[in-house]
Structure formats: structure tokens, C-alpha cells
Ligand binder design. Structure first.
Ligand SMILES: Cc1ncc(COP(=O)(O)O)c(C=O)c1O
Length: 360
């Protein structure tokens, strides 16, 4: 037995890790084409690069100096954007980091989270790392959640309920009523609104009423800052303070701070792009709908989940990849015949559609 194996936490020796998307250069190498020719529709990223002003803000950030551990300017700027007081807000290196911090605070080995499969894989991943386990509540044929079935899975070890709304990768939303029902359990309910700007529906207004509600958001999707890793959470001030106590002090970099503040100064122009993405999502939906052998799921996010007739999905996925078009497949048995397509530019949609038509 190696030193590492002897000393590492036993449950982490062979952990099932997160299955991330590859960077553009690697995808380009796989397809044998230049990086600028690939069509990357596998990460729910924004096809538009940040504006010159955001880039300028990043370039002129004083990154020889550590950032503010209490994120004062960032939280003030987010407070204005969200209409919540700064005490209710905390930012992280992506909402991924905030998910991880919630595990740090609430989940000891042996504890459980409740998750609605299929959903964003990060919740299950963080549970495994924390030595916790996941109770998977079922979704129906349309991927809607079943509150009664979920409640049946709760026991004294269950601490957190994670609910992505709109759900990645299925695109559908939970209702306010369902979320209220879950809040009544008294567990921590994390509503992940990573795609909020694409649907404009939120439960953040319920935070003053429920101290067990956490709303997570991100700058990765609507604001096009995925590479800078900036997310934030809205929750009761007591929980914000606990997160501040356990987070690494300088978790948000100076460049991320600068980008976030600059982006929130141009929300109007960012929202114009969001509206274009939503319109493009509808156009892509209609075009895909005309192709035989594909079932589509209506989406409130910047992506569409597609189900292919038996045996086709692998062929289409590989065929697209060989043409330099990358979409997202999943490990979940429920999604064996599916892939998710992120919304890109109209030109990318056109190339995708003609490639799928050739392949099916
Ligand atoms: C539902 C959901 N939550 C969180 C994230 C992660 O966002 P971030 O880039 O802020 O870590 C994603 C990214 O795909 C997501 O789909």
C-alpha cells in the first residue's frame, strides 16, 4: 500500500469524479480542425465574448493585491442587481464553490442530500466528496418533480434538498408551490437558479420569509463570464456569515470582482443578448422539431434536451463530434438516448441542424 493510499480518507481512494467538458483546444484536436472552427454547444456557455468595457475592467484590475475577503464592493453591486441587501449575498468562485461550501457547512459523513434525478451532477459529486449520500427523488415522464415521493425519502440524516430550476439538463421549472412544500420540511432547500435570466422566474423574494431557503445564481451563463468563475448565493444573513467563516478568505479573485462589477453596470446590453439567445432557442426548437426521430423537451434555460429514437443517439453524437460540433451526453441511465444542446449563434444552429439532418 502506498503512503498516499494509507493516509488518504478511505472514501476518497476511488471516488466517482465529476465528468467535466473538455477545453476547446482538446475538442479541436479530437475533431482534427482548428480551434476557431469548432462549435462548442456542450457547456451552456454564452456564445458572445464579454464587451470591451468588461475586458478593460479585468485588464486594469490591481492583481498584485489580494481581494477583499468580505467582498464588500461585489456584494453591494449584487445587492443593487438583485434588490436584496448586501447582508443576504455572498459570492463564490462559480456557484460550484457555493455548492461545495454548503456541503462544508451542513454535510458530515453519513448525512444525506435529496436530489431530483436527472439533474446537475455537481450536487451528487459534492455529496460523494463529503462522504454523504444522495437520495434520488424521481421525476415523471416530463421530468417534473414529485413532491410526495420526495418527502417519502427524507429521514433524520437528510439535511439539504437541491433543486435546479430551470433544471439542467431537462430545462423545466419547479413551481413556487412545490418549492414552498419543500421548505415546509424544515430542511435547507437550495434552489439553483443558474438560468434565471433566461426565464426571469425566481423565488428569491421568499428568502425574507424562509431562513432555510438558499438561491444560487451565476455570472457564467447570461453574463458570459464562465471562464472567470463567478457565482453568488442569496440567503439569510446568518447563513451568509457561516459561509464567510468557512470559505477560503480570498475566494473571489480581483479579476473576477472587476468583471462582475463591470458586467452589472451593463445589464441592459447583456439582457439584450439574453433575449437573442431565448429567441434562438425557440428557432432551434422549431427546426429540431421538424426532424423525425427526435423528441424535444421545452426549456426555460439556454439549452435544449433532445431524445433520439433507439440506437441513434451515439451515432448522431459521434457524427457531430467528427464535424467539430460538440453537444453534451450524460451518465444517467434515464438519459441514455438523450443529449443536451446549448444555444449558440444562429450560424452555429444552422450548421448543427444540417449536420443532424445528414446523420439521422
Ligand atoms: C444548474 C447549475 N448550477 C450551477 C452551475 C455552475 O455554475 P458556475 O459556473 O457558476 O459554477 C451550472 C453550470 O452548468 C448549472 O447548470
Amino acid at each position: 500500500m502506498s503512503v498516499i493510499e494509507r493516509l488518504i480518507k478511505p472514501h476518497l481512494i476511488k471516488v466517482q469524479t465529476y465528468n467535466p467538458v473538455d477545453p476547446p483546444e482538446l475538442l479541436a484536436e479530437k475533431a482534427g480542425i482548428p480551434t476557431d472552427k469548432i462549435i462548442k454547444l456542450n457547456g451552456n456557455e454564452n456564445p458572445k465574448e464579454p464587451s470591451g468595457r468588461i475586458k478593460q475592467a479585468v485588464a486594469s484590475a490591481a492583481f498584485n493585491i489580494y481581494p477583499d475577503p468580505l467582498q464588500r464592493k461585489v456584494r453591494k453591486s449584487l445587492a443593487k442587481y438583485t434588490n436584496m441587501a448586501p447582508e443576504y449575498i455572498i459570492a463564490g468562485a462559480g456557484s460550484d464553490e457555493l455548492i461545495d461550501l454548503l456541503f462544508r457547512l451542513f454535510i458530515s459523513p453519513g448525512d444525506k442530500i435529496l436530489d431530483f434525478e436527472p439533474t446537475f451532477a455537481m450536487y451528487g459529486f459534492c455529496a460523494r466528496i463529503a462522504g454523504g449520500s444522495v437520495s434520488m427523488a424521481p421525476r415523471n415522464n416530463n421530468f417534473d418533480i414529485d413532491i410526495d415521493a420526495a418527502k417519502d425519502l427524507i429521514d433524520e440524516k437528510t439535511k439539504i434538498i437541491f433543486l435546479s430550476s430551470p433544471n439542467n439538463p431537462t430545462g423545466n421549472m419547479a413551481t413556487r408551490h412545490q418549492i414552498e412544500d419543500l421548505l415546509q420540511t424544515g430542511l435547507l432547500v437550495v434552489v439553483d437558479e443558474a438560468y434565471f435570466e433566461f426565464c426571469q422566474k425566481t423565488v428569491a423574494d421568499m428568502i425574507s420569509q424562509y431562513e432555510n431557503l438558499v438561491v444560487l445564481r451565476t455570472m457564467s451563463k447570461w453574463a458570459g463570464l464562465a471562464g472567470l468563475r463567478i457565482g453568488y448565493g442569496i440567503m439569510c444573513p446568518q447563513l451568509v456569515n457561516h459561509i464567510i467563516d468557512v470559505k477560503s478568505p480570498y475566494n473571489l479573485s480581483i479579476t473576477s470582482e472587476a468583471a462582475l462589477i463591470a458586467a452589472l453596470e451593463e445589464t441592459d446590453s447583456l439582457m439584450i443578448e439574453v433575449k437573442k439567445i431565448v429567441a434562438e432557442r425557440e428557432r432551434m426548437f422549431n427546426l429540431l422539431n421538424e426532424i423525425n426521430g427526435i423528441e424535444l423537451f421545452a426549456s426555460d434555460g439556454n439549452f435544449i434536451l433532445c431524445e433520439f429514437n433507439d440506437g441513434m443517439v451515439g451515432h448522431v453524437y459521434e457524427g457531430l463530434a467528427n464535424r467539430g460540433i460538440f453537444v453534451r451526453r450524460f451518465d444517467s441511465p434515464r438519459l441514455a438516448n438523450h443529449f443536451r444542446i446549448s444555444i449558440g449563434t444562429p450560424d452555429q444552429t444552422d450548421q448543427l441542424i444540417s449536420a443532424i439532418k445528414e446523420l439521422v
